[in-house]
Design a protein around this ligand. Structure first.
Ligand SMILES: [Zn+2]
Length: 253
């Protein structure tokens, strides 16, 4: 790991551990060690995250062990080229990176969206800009009702704040309530999400000629972001790139 610990891990430590401990013990989100700064990971878990770094696949952002050129594609991207332009993610879906995703999504730790979004913005710097339309993968309203927030929307908002892009949480709609993707085969996932997404009918022209950045917390087989990308491209988007916090590559399984 070559990246230096970012501000959000350093600041609370510097702010004085004694003060935090005196009020409420802070726990690492991953290992529950008591020395963790507020809202984050302990230094040891931080070290365990295998951040994706260049050189990487131009299409999927997965690292290469040696440099084969800026626009080289991985065998996976060559074998099945994605519908979207580029995918960039922060780390594989494992260990402390997975714990961060779970803490945000299932335990309501919404304060994590900002630091996680900040890492995502850094990974997506090739395609993010003030003219980007930042669109989260939507939740069905029934799921939104039970979870109370869309973790991908929180991440998208944080990314838009970082890059000055335009945050668009309501443009893409989830029409069909799909089953959870976890545990489904690649083919079952594709069937599950087919026709699940559509655009806000009142604003069909809003994506025309726009550079869209689609945001999700985790990309697994890519069937969800592919389905969303198709909708956006069919509506005339100039490009669709995908930004995720974690990527569960088939090769990691
Ligand atoms: Zn830890």
């Amino acid at each position: 790991m070559t990246a230096a610990a970012p501000r959000w891990i350093e600041l609370p430590v510097r702010a004085g551990r004694f003060a935090l401990d005196a009020v409420l013990p802070q726990r690492c989100l991953s290992c529950d060690r008591r020395v963790a700064p507020e809202g984050g990971l302990c230094a040891q878990c931080w070290q365990e995250i295998r951040f994706f770094e260049k050189p990487w696949c131009y299409r999927l952002g997965t690292p290469f062990s040696y440099d084969v050129g800026e626009e080289a594609w991985s065998p996976q991207a060559i074998a099945s080229p994605p519908v979207f332009g580029r995918l960039r993610s922060v780390a594989p879906y494992e260990g402390p990176a997975r714990d961060l995703v779970h803490a945000l999504k299932f335990h309501g730790r919404r304060n994590l969206a900002r630091p996680m979004g900040s890492w995502m913005a850094r990974q997506g710097s090739e395609f993010l800009g003030p003219d980007s339309l930042i669109v989260p993968v939507p939740l069905h309203w029934l799921r939104l009702l039970s979870r109370r927030f869309n973790q991908s929307a929180d991440l998208a908002r944080a990314i838009a704040e970082e890059c000055g892009g335009h945050y668009e949480p309501a443009l893409l709609k989830r029409r069909k309530r799909t089953r959870q993707q976890v545990g489904l085969s690649a083919e079952a996932r594709r069937k599950n999400v087919r026709a699940a997404f559509g655009l806000d009918e009142a604003r069909p022209g809003d994506v025309r000629e726009r550079k869209v950045v689609l945001v999700d917390d985790v990309v697994t087989t890519g069937s969800t972001v592919a389905a969303c990308s198709r909708v956006l491209l069919n509506a005339g988007a100039a490009s669709v790139d995908v930004l995720a916090f974690a990527y569960a590559r088939p090769s990691d399984g």
